[in-house]
Ligand binder design. Structure first.
Ligand code: ADP
Length: 451
């Protein structure tokens, strides 16, 4: 077992994990790059170890550097957070081979679910409905590819088997554009993910992004923790999330949740995970599984009252789940706004020093962040600097609390997307709930047209 955890990540999630470790009496080692040297949040850990230059490839993504830091510092477990090495089967295997605990599922599960083609196959075998399209990877033969698209019916979406983070996807609306789009996506996939394998599925016109959080121990027990709606997206990336997904029949939701847990048992999954679905016309279609903690996990924590990171650590320690499915309740509603250091109009990230940092507070308000006044945002990483989460007895109350929280959140020195979030909260379609994944981009276009 372990008493010291190395946190192989940075920023808000490193702080989040450190706190959960401390609550369980575990010691922590944080790794950092030269780009994060001197960051105040590193002081929370019992030890901080520099693992390389600012460029992620030479630090947070350097498997050997992270593993050596763990071995040298006496940590017996590694928590990968999200992004970076969190869904890298090779890394998970190397950690296990070194005699340490990888806080996450087995390398086999990560590899299987990380390959979206294999994941779809596994889900279909487990009886989880998937987006229409063939099960296997796209062949090289052009005529075959054209035939597959014609069978699915346009528009189709071409996706990289190894893709992630909203990249490696291309929508094709007509026959004449297909082959060119396949070639470009294949090249992108080869370069970005080191895997040229592609697959094709129906591009759904007005779906919502609805996902299910699961939690499984190493003794064959699993539960699902309700739904989240992450339909507010820009360029396939989530901007604002909520729990539960509004307006979906509870019976249907439960059937899908139970299926997800069964699928976990089927593949021998343990740890936390998320099944992502597109939801359209009352039907759920599986798109992928994330085999790690997700950015938006706090909305589920707020509605269920379950500390997901603490549970993740407990199951990694080999404990049996102490929560039964019948204990899981979803109370009220929670929202999360991702606050990025970026221009609210152009979305271009801006690094710089935060000169004023006044956080909101009050009942039902939670802020997950690593930033303080005087913090210098490095240019090398994701631009997210905080997550504002609000909880209320109803969705309307969570919305009202979010409006006040964002209005009382004052940041100076760098520009942020706070003004954009405040405008989104005033959008009547969003206020009504249940907008589709294309809504935000259409709304932004309209807004740009007006200004
Ligand atoms: P990633 O791993 O890069 O996040 P996903 O497969 O989860 O990729 O898809 C991300 C987003 O892309 C979805 O939330 C959805 O908005 C959009 N998307 C993916 N597949 C489809 C599809 N078949 N039809 C319509 N939109 C899709």
């Amino acid at each position: 077992m372990f008493d010291t955890v190395l946190i192989a990540n940075r920023g808000e999630i490193a702080v989040r994990i450190q706190r959960a470790c401390e609550h369980l009496g575990l010691k922590t080692v944080m790794v950092y790059s030269q780009g994060d040297a001197g960051a105040a949040y590193l002081e929370y850990a019992d030890r901080a170890v520099c693992i390389g230059p600012a460029a992620p490839g030479q630090s947070y993504l350097d498997k050997t550097a992270v593993l050596c830091a763990a071995l040298a510092s006496g940590a017996q477990a590694i928590h990968p957070g999200y992004g970076f090495l969190s869904e890298n089967g090779e890394f998970s295997q190397a950690v296990t081979d070194a005699g340490l605990t990888f806080i996450g599922p087995s390398a086999d599960c990560i590899r299987r679910m990380g390959d979206k083609v294999a994941a779809k196959q596994a889900m279909r075998d487990a009886g989880v409905p998937c987006v229409p399209g063939p099960l296997g990877a796209l062949p090289d033969d052009k005529q075959e590819v054209l035939k597959i698209a014609a069978e699915i019916g346009y528009p189709v979406i071409i996706k990289a088997a190894g893709g992630g983070g909203g990249r490696g996807m291309r929508v094709v609306t007509q026959h004449s554009e297909l082959i060119q789009a396949v070639n470009v996506t294949r090249e992108e996939a080869r370069r970005a993910f080191g895997n040229p394998e592609l697959y094709m599925e129906k591009f759904l016109g007005q779906p919502r992004h609805v996902e299910i959080q699961v939690l499984c121990d190493q003794h064959g027990n699993g539960i699902w923790l309700g739904s989240r709606d992450c339909s507010l997206q820009r360029r396939h990336q989530k901007v604002l999330e909520e729990a539960p997904a509004p307006g979906i029949d509870a019976g249907l939701m439960e059937r899908v949740g139970v299926r997800c847990v069964e699928a976990c048992m089927h593949i021998g999954y343990h740890g936390v995970g998320t099944f992502e679905f597109l939801y359209e016309d009352g039907e759920f279609y599986f798109i992928e599984m994330n085999t790690r903690l997700q950015v938006e996990h706090p909305v589920t924590e707020m509605t269920t009252g379950i500390d997901i990171v603490e549970q993740q650590l407990r199951v990694a320690l080999g404990e049996r789940l102490s929560i039964q499915q019948s204990d899981v309740r979803s109370l009220g509603h929670a929202l999360e706004c991702r606050i990025n250091a970026e221009c609210a109009e152009t979305f271009i990230p801006n690094a710089g020093t935060v000169t004023r940092w006044d956080l909101p507070g009050g009942i039902g308000v939670r802020v997950d962040t690593h930033v303080r006044a005087g913090y210098k945002i490095p240019a090398y990483y994701d631009s997210m600097i905080a997550k504002v989460i609000t909880h209320g007895a109803t969705r309307d109350q969570a919305l009202v609390r979010m409006r006040t929280a964002l209005a009382q959140f004052h940041v100076e020195g760098v520009s942020t997307n706070l003004p954009l979030h405040l405008q989104i909260l005033e959008d009547s379609a969003f206020k009504n709930g249940a907008v589709d994944i294309h809504h935000l981009e259409a709304w932004l276009k309209l807004k740009q047209g007006r200004s």
